[in-house]
Ligand binder design. Structure first.
Ligand code: MN3
Length: 204
């Protein structure tokens, strides 16, 4: 019943040179673990409030902690699965229905890539860019997310996200976020993104 840190689906150095091993270690073992701990702590504290032993005045604080750390846990769980070593599942282009829908909704794969990179590069301070599927309109969109949880359209299903918090790239890329985002495009696990799209689109 408690949230746990999922293991990385590949070794920490598998995404070199695009994402370095030390960044992967700190990002996964420290940052992601911190969100898992924060999520479990927020749930514990909210339970205490429900049971009468907690401080009901802190419900706003723990609700925010739940949203922030829960967002962090889910985003990072998907982020690791979105990636694969270059040439071994990572990189290339999407195929199948996802490729078709990217063409319909963004004009072309190149136009999607330019839009996705610009959204990531222009995200102020800590945040993410996401390729999402919006099931009411049955449309793919690129959205920005501030911090871990804000600005993502309700009910949109995240498919592919790039983490542009400084902890995701600063050791190797320093202030050159655009270089990190370009490198990220070389290690996208498009077959995972396609499977996720196919499942979600089939249900909506
Ligand atoms: Mn992160």
């Amino acid at each position: 019943g408690r949230y746990a840190l999922p293991p990385l689906p590949y070794p920490k150095d598998a995404l070199e040179p695009h994402i370095d091993s030390k960044t992967m270690e700190i990002h996964h073992d420290k940052h992601h673990q911190g969100y898992v701990n924060g999520l479990n702590k927020a749930l514990d504290e909210l339970q205490k409030i429900r049971e009468g032993s907690g401080d009901a005045g802190l419900i706003k604080h723990w609700s925010r902690e739940l949203s922030f750390n829960g967002g962090g846990h889910l985003n990072h769980t998907l982020f690791w699965l979105n990636l694969a070593p270059a040439g071994k599942g990572g990189g290339g282009m999407p195929q199948g229905k996802l490729a078709e829908q990217i063409g319909n909704d963004f004009g072309s794969f190149d136009q999607f890539t330019a839009h996705f990179k610009a959204a990531a590069n222009s995200c102020e301070a800590s945040g993410w860019a996401w390729l999402v599927y919006e099931p009411f309109g049955k449309k793919l969109m690129v959205l920005q997310m501030e911090k871990q949880q804000d600005l993502l359209l309700n009910n949109a299903h995240p498919l592919l996200g790039v983490d542009v918090w400084e902890h995701a790239y600063y050791l190797k890329y320093q202030n050159r976020r655009a270089d990190y985002v370009s490198a990220f495009m070389n290690i996208i696990n498009w077959s995972f993104v396609q499977r996720r799209f196919d499942e979600i689109a089939a249900q909506s």
